[in-house]
Design a protein around this ligand. Structure first.
Ligand code: TXA
Ligand code: MG
Length: 324
């Protein structure tokens, strides 16, 4: 893995890796499997299988008030799931699907209430991973939250899924995720698109595409219920810091000096924000695997583009119970 100085060989247990046809069979048997996407791995169930959807909440220990994104193969699978189509939906989806953009729109009655956590809306996205798109074309729409225990860092490779759900958990194995950060979520609200969650597509890029600045959630009134809950946190305590580091364990960047640091977890070079995004959850998970209790994060960087999302994830990871 580029720019990461620790040694963490990824060992795959061949037993847990399933092929496309087994994936379809397990889903049709009302079971849950893990699937690859370009952002993070998901825990998937058929939209039509309420029992498997219930199991997703149990497996993840996910609050029932947190709705699930519905993954679809293409536009044609979106139509029956929407009650009405908001303005600019086609332009956004033509430009960004398949890709890391989730669009929250009014839901039709084909979306079970458990998926929407009782809301009148549904989040839709077409993931950009060939295996999962083939699966979606054959099996139909799949609900899928990130494949991690609720509150913990997301999974960006099969090994992470195994760490959270056990080595016999069935994973459709599609390698390491390209983006390493969850999709950006736009919510159609009060007649315009608003930013429900920062994600792999930078905010600036969407604002220039839409031609207006995006309102974001307030902590009192989040656009995505998920923003209420703990997120992305390792067990280790993270301390965000712009000051020089001394005897600490540091999470920092390639080509920066951390004199006297006891240990440095290098997340990547600041000149390559995509590499940093890809490594983020891997490094957070590695810190826990090594049993480290406290890490000082070098928070002295320009928080623009993808690095704005990285910074937001680190803030949430450091302050697990803040609600903004
Ligand atoms: O990249 C991703 O989006 C990944 C991959 C697997 O596709 N999925 C993911 O799902 O991050 P999850 O469940 O970890 O996060 C979904 C977020 C939550 O914050 C949830 O509240 C929000 O989407 N969400 C889902 N449906 C919604 C709705 N109808 N209205 C508002 N927010 C919604
Ligand atoms: Mg998640």
């Amino acid at each position: 893995m580029p720019g990461v100085q620790f040694n963490s060989p990824i060992k795959y247990n061949p037993l847990m890796h399933i092929e496309l046809d087994q994936a379809i069979q397990l889903l049709q048997d009302d079971l849950v499997i893990a699937i690859p996407t370009e952002t993070v791995y998901g825990l998937a169930a058929l939209l039509s299988s309420e029992s498997a959807i219930g199991s997703i909440f149990t497996l993840k220990n996910r609050p029932a008030k947190n709705p699930l994104i519905v993954h679809i193969a293409d536009h044609s699978q979106a139509e029956p799931l929407m009650r009405t189509k908001p303005p600019f939906f086609d332009k956004l989806s033509d430009r960004y699907w398949p890709g890391p953009l989730t669009l929250v729109v009014p839901a039709s009655d084909q979306v079970p209430s458990i998926v929407r956590a009782g809301l009148p809306t549904v989040g839709l996205r077409v993931p950009n991973h060939p295996l999962t798109r083939a699966l979606l074309r054959d099996a139909g729409p799949l609900v899928a939250p990130s494949a991690n225990i609720s509150g913990r860092p997301s999974s960006t490779c099969p090994n992470h899924v195994e760490n959270d759900f056990g080595e016999n958990f069935p994973v459709l194995s599609g390698g390491s995720c390209d983006k390493g950060l969850e999709s950006t979520i736009l919510v159609f609200n009060n007649g315009k698109w608003e930013l429900g969650r920062l994600g792999a597509i930078p905010r600036e890029e969407l604002e220039s595409f839409l031609g207006y600045s995006l309102n974001t959630s307030s902590s009192e009134k989040p656009l995505c219920p998920g923003q209420h809950f703990q997120h992305y946190s390792p067990k280790a305590k993270l301390i965000l810091s712009k000051a020089p580091f001394s005897e600490d364990v540091v999470l920092g960047f390639e080509r920066r000096e951390y004199p006297n640091a006891k240990r440095v977890f290098v997340i990547g070079p600041l000149g390559d924000p995509e590499a940093i995004a890809r490594n983020l959850y891997h490094v957070l998970r590695q810190i826990d695997l090594e049993g480290i209790k406290e890490v000082h994060v070098d928070f002295d960087f320009d928080q623009e583009g993808v690095l704005r999302t990285v910074a937001e994830r680190l803030e949430k990871a450091a302050h697990p119970y803040a609600s903004s």
